[in-house]
Design a protein. Structure first.
Length: 172
């Protein structure tokens, strides 16, 4: 990847209505706080297609809104083979998502795939599916995503991407 290119990141969960829209929103917020929006293209998708075309779950919209992030414009879609060509990095929110993506990945493209929490912090951990739980689960997911991305201005996730960008190294 050339230094001036944009880096593209796809956050992936099961339904693309709870976790990955939150990750997309939080990451976009971080990128904007760094004034780095020209350098990143951020999107999200689900491994399943049940919610195709639907806005995020109201509980994700609400928790994001409480933290100043607007998810209302997002619409769910299913991940495709082309996503492995279009995105530099695909981050699965849990290990099932990563396994599904690994099975879908064209040969030679698995290096673009990682678990969100492991990639962000070095510690492999699932971001738990909050769909069948209560509002607290959504707040917990939000906090986990926000904490994975760091705190204050030293957002680990963004810094890691920015380091990769500056060094000209994209994941495989
Ligand atoms: P997500 O949560 O993967 O974080 O979007 C889910 C949303 C919907 C379903 C499962 C998980 N569902 O079974 O419909």
């Amino acid at each position: 990847m050339m230094q001036n290119e944009r880096m593209s990141i796809l956050f992936v969960c099961l339904g693309n209505i709870c976790r990955s829209p939150l990750a997309e929103g939080v990451f976009r917020d971080i990128v904007e706080a760094h004034g780095a929006q020209e350098r990143f293209f951020v999107d999200s998708a689900g491994t399943g297609n049940w919610h195709q075309g639907k806005p995020p779950d109201r509980r994700s919209v609400d928790v994001a809104g409480r933290h100043g992030i607007d998810l209302t414009g997002l619409r769910a879609r299913q991940v495709t083979h082309q996503d492995f060509e279009r995105f530099d990095l695909l981050l699965g929110m849990d290990s099932d998502n990563v396994a599904t993506l690994a099975a879908l990945a064209p040969p030679g493209r698995r290096g673009r795939l990682a678990q969100f929490h492991e990639f962000s912090t070095g510690v492999p951990r699932d971001v738990p599916d909050p769909y069948y739980g209560n509002e607290d689960g959504f707040e917990a997911v939000y906090r986990m995503i926000r904490a994975s991305a760091g705190s204050g201005k030293t957002f680990q996730l963004t810094n890691r991407f920015i380091r990769l960008l500056l060094s000209g190294q994209a994941p495989e």
